[in-house]
Design a protein around this ligand. Structure first.
Ligand SMILES: Nc1ncnc2c1ncn2[C@@H]1O[C@H](COP(=O)(O)OP(=O)(O)OP(=O)(O)O)[C@@H](O)[C@H]1O
Length: 363
């Protein structure tokens, strides 16, 4: 498997791009570490497939270079990149048996028959396809077919990386979880470099060690699931990850205080120098880090209760603060007063965002 470097990469579908807005994939530098399990997460149209196709060689980028283990592959076609791909719909030969499907990439490379046999059986065992080796692929279920697609990538020893493009879309919900944990297990055992495209946060967070979040053609954060939750680098990450997503409120900031409408909210750090030319300033805090003030407790922000939803182990109170809806996570037994509600913001958990991007405070 390989380390993949993206250097100054950008892609525009329209000719002669002039401004950053003309790029479907905005300028990007990133390293996919050898053996890393990455998810590429973002909404429809944010540029995930464009980036994946650049890595696989289906698209030549408008700008920048791609290196596999230090070697420039930008001009190489897909066949010469040793990339395995698993798409939404399984790509297999229906008239061949499972064995023949798995052996195909190795036969093409003219490997000795005994080597092919050993490798096919090893991969089939790993994917729990050992009992179906002599069956025609045609009659198999969608998940078994998708396992064959994956197996065809794994069977080759020279695979640089495995790219998955929403591979579980056609799989039954109860089998999705099973396949996903099998993938994770395979990754731990063999250390493949895996890049997994999805718009589903659960899929991304359970599969990946590192999640690359894209929004409007831009990579807005690369981080572990914990980092994305704890410290969203962009308001989009805060909104997209978590359920409900992060509360985002328009604010002004002076020193270590934020002002939302007429209310003052304490911040952990001071923000004396915000990026120049900032058009939009916001604060963000996750519903998990807000709480309802107890009777008589000082320091809460007054809010108007809208609703309380029971979602099993906890409840979500929705309330208006300065004309904006805010979600607060509360315990099952916790009292949520309909009148005189005050919400307490944990200063350590309030993030400040300038034009969507998180600003680091001065310690
Ligand atoms: N062949 C093309 N020609 C012109 N524009 C394109 C082409 N392919 C994609 N785009 C545009 O580039 C942007 C990124 O598209 P892309 O398919 O990479 O996004 P995505 O995140 O993979 O979306 P989805 O999850 O829907 O597949 C979109 O605005 C899309 O309309």
């Amino acid at each position: 498997m390989a380390r993949i470097d993206l250097q100054g990469l950008a892609h525009a579908y329209k000719p002669n791009p002039k401004s950053e807005q003309d790029f479907a994939l905005k300028h990007l530098d990133h390293v996919w570490q050898d053996g890393g399990a990455y998810a590429l997460l973002g909404p429809s149209g944010c540029g995930k497939t464009t980036l994946l196709n650049i890595i696989s060689g289906l698209i030549t980028p408008t700008e920048g270079r791609i290196l596999f283990d230090g070697e420039d592959v930008t001009a190489l076609p897909t066949q010469q990149r040793n990339i395995a791909q698993v798409f939404q719909f399984p790509v297999i030969y229906d008239t061949m048996t499972v064995y023949e499907n798995l052996a195909f990439p190795l036969k093409n490379r003219k490997l000795p028959r005994a080597e092919i046999d050993a490798r096919v059986r090893e991969i089939a065992e790993m994917l729990e396809l050992g009992d179906s080796l002599n069956r025609k692929a045609r009659g198999l279920t969608a998940d078994a077919k998708q396992k064959i697609s994956l197996g065809r990538g794994l069977v080759r020893a020279d695979t640089a990386a495995i790219l998955f493009d929403e591979p579980l879309t056609v799989i039954d919900p109860h089998l999705k979880w099973l396949l996903r944990s099998q993938l994770k297990h395979l990754h731990r055992r063999f250390d493949f470099t895996m890049i997994y495209v999805t718009h589903d946060q659960t899929e991304a967070l359970t599969f990946a060690d590192k999640v690359v979040v894209m929004y409007e053609g831009e990579v807005v954060q690369v981080g572990t699931p914990e980092e994305l939750f704890e410290r969203p680098a962009h308001t989009f990450v805060g909104y997209f990850i978590g359920s409900p997503g992060m509360n985002i409120l328009p604010a002004t900031v002076e020193g270590n205080r934020a002002r939302v409408g007429n209310h003052e909210i304490a911040l952990q750090h001071s923000y004396r120098s915000l990026p120049s030319g900032t058009a939009k300033l916001e604060i963000g805090i996750r519903p998990e880090f807000l709480r309802i003030a107890r009777g008589g407790e000082a320091g809460g922000v007054p809010a108007a209760l809208q609703s309380v939803e029971d979602i099993g182990r906890y409840r979500i109170a929705r309330a208006r603060v300065a004309d904006r809806e805010v979600a607060v996570m509360c315990g099952e037994q916790e009292e949520v007063p309909a009148d005189g509600l005050h919400i307490v913001f944990d200063p350590r958990r309030v993030n400040v965002y300038a034009d969507g991007h998180r600003v680091e405070g001065e310690v």
